[in-house]
Design a protein around this ligand. Structure first.
Ligand code: FAD
Ligand code: MLT
Ligand code: ZN
Length: 493
């Protein structure tokens, strides 16, 4: 470790200059260099989408965005930035929710959107090798005719890119069935901070030759290198899928319902997602899918979207129907009603209601998003405690905090606690932090279940990780990125 630099002794990062842009223009075609420094390549307004994150909370001041098409170009960019000490922000679809994908100052943005080719697909093993800039939904469409699906799915599928998914170790709606990317990613091609290409695009299922280096880059949020290629195992598409939206009279019914659904549906249960009353109302208000009538939803404290996937439609339907009959027929029914999808359109519409909560919250106001792992039984308690805390501070009002809501992935014990405010304000932020982190730590939870730390939570890592772990992370970072040019200020302060 002796040769690694301590962050405090590192020289400051360099700003991109006009000369740098001229150099980049020798590596890339002119259409791939967007800069306010060289005349007429881009205006500040054109750079705005690359400088602002999806929820509109983080704003960078980058003067230059590069959009390479090949790994070699990324390597040449990085070699140059390493020599000059220029900070680099890797960017995919810019759908990240923790401010990781935009610069904090004027770092160079390397956007992977022009690296969007599928390199190979093996329809027997399901191994897909793709450029990092392939959009998740495009990959799903590419493998669908071969009878395969991507092992992950999320509301941002139309814009997020596979490199960004791997960099954030995105969880999403299929984790319950197919596990995390730490299991399904077979190999990665990564350009290291000094421009070296780590060519690890293996398609092998098993490979125990030494340290599994790819795991370091899965979830590193662009702080260790730029992922340029991804090899990923795609499962066969299930022959039949069904979904049902269930209305529950009380949150207390969620756990027994989950237990019952797992017991009765066993291997065909593929998703079990939670939406509380406030989240449901916002999704309906902002047109995110048609689910049930107002009368049907009346009296429900929360909702569960349950999906089954299996190999035999008739068998799966019978199992699901039997579960619903059991639920409704019980002396003390766990649900008040349920809507089972009858068509592909209704299937999509029920999913839209759950996936669309994120968009609905953003339409309603400014979102403070906390993505926490806590025991399932505490989901409601955490939402209620946070709301009460804000109420006591007098912040629960239309011009401050409009709503406190919860939704998320029951199957993974992952709650999305959202505070929807009229605007971002220091007063609300101070009321929420460290309150939410301390509350999460009191349950021995994680302050980032699936979105990462990014810029938002880099300072708060110690709420979920011990000193020894953080110290080792810093040492690893210093070995791989001794000048600290990769996504500065993210993950580790
Ligand atoms: P970006 O936002 O561009 O980047 C995210 C981070 O990865 C940044 O730190 C960036 O520097 C880094 N990065 C990006 N590309 C690379 C690369 N090629 N090499 C190295 N680093 C890179 N997340 C979940 O886990 N589960 C969900 O269910 C989920 N649902 C979402 C729904 C919506 C509507 C939205 C807007 C977001 C959701 N997210 C979810 C957040 C999630 O992190 C992103 O959607 C996605 O994984 C990020 O991909 P991206 O291409 O947009 O990456
Ligand atoms: C989700 O599960 O909907 C996503 O993680 C996005 C969010 O938290 O809003
Ligand atoms: Zn989520």
């Amino acid at each position: 470790w002796a040769h690694s630099h301590n962050p405090s002794t590192r020289p400051p990062l360099s700003s991109v200059t006009r000369e740098d842009v001229e150099h980049f223009s020798k590596i890339l075609p002119s259409s791939a260099v967007l800069s306010t420094l060289a005349s007429e390549t881009a205006s500040q307004a054109e750079l705005e989408p690359y400088n602002t994150d999806w929820i509109g909370r983080y704003h960078g001041k980058s003067t230059t965005v590069l959009k390479p098409q090949t790994t070699k170009q990324v390597s040449e960019i990085m070699r140059y930035c390493y020599e000059r000490g220029i900070g680099v922000v890797p960017q995919g679809g810019n759908t990240g929710l923790v401010g990781g994908s935009v610069p904090l100052k004027d770092e160079l943005v390397v956007n992977l959107g022009n690296m969007s080719k599928v390199r190979s697909f093996d329809p027997v093993s399901g191994a897909l090798v793709a450029d990092a800039g392939c959009v998740l939904e495009v990959l799903s469409e590419y493998i669908a005719p071969h009878g395969h699906i991507m092992p992950l799915d999320l509301g941002a599928k139309g814009s997020c890119m596979i490199g960004g998914n791997v960099a954030t170790n995105a969880g999403g709606l299929r984790l319950l069935r197919y596990g995390s990317l730490h299991g399904s990613v077979l190999g990665l091609e990564v350009v290291l901070p000094d421009g070296t290409i780590l060519d690890g695009l293996s398609t092998l299922r098993k490979d125990n030759t030494g340290y599994d280096l790819k795991q370091l880059f899965i979830g590193a949020e662009g702080t260790l290198g730029i992922i340029t290629g991804v090899s990923i195992l795609t499962p066969p598409a299930p022959r039949a899928t069904n979904n049902v939206l269930l209305a529950l009279p009380s949150f207390d019914n969620v756990l027994p319902l989950f237990k019952k659904a797992r017991q009765q549906l066993s291997e065909i249960l593929s998703a079990f997602e939670f939406v509380d009353r406030t989240a449901y109302n916002l999704a309906v208000k902002h047109g995110q899918g048609k689910a049930m009538s107002e009368e049907e939803a009346e009296g429900a404290e929360c909702f569960i979207l349950l999906e089954t996937s299996g190999g035999d439609g008739k068998h799966d339907e019978e199992k699901l129907t039997a579960l619903l009959e059991d639920l409704m027929g019980a002396d003390e029914p766990l649900i008040t009603t349920g809507v089972i999808s009858q068509s592909p359109a209704q299937f999509a519409s029920l999913w839209r209601l759950r996936e669309g909560v994120t968009e609905a919250v953003s339409k309603e106001g400014k979102a403070y998003k906390y993505d926490i792992s806590i025991p399932l039984a505490s989901f409601k308690e955490v939402v209620d405690t946070t709301r009460e805390h804000l109420r006591k501070l007098g912040l629960l009002r239309e011009d401050a905090v409009k709503h406190v809501l919860g939704y998320g992935h029951v199957g993974d014990s992952n709650l999305h606690l959202n505070i929807c405010a009229a605007s971002y304000s220091p007063e609300i932020e101070t009321a929420l932090e460290p309150f939410v982190y301390e509350l999460t730590a009191s349950y021995n939870g994680s302050i980032s279940a699936e979105h990462g730390l990014g810029a938002m939570k880099a300072h708060a890592i110690h709420y979920s990780k011990g000193g020894v772990a953080v110290d080792l992370m810093k040492k690893l970072k210093n070995v791989i990125d001794p000048k600290g040019i990769m996504n500065p200020g993210k993950v580790l302060e």
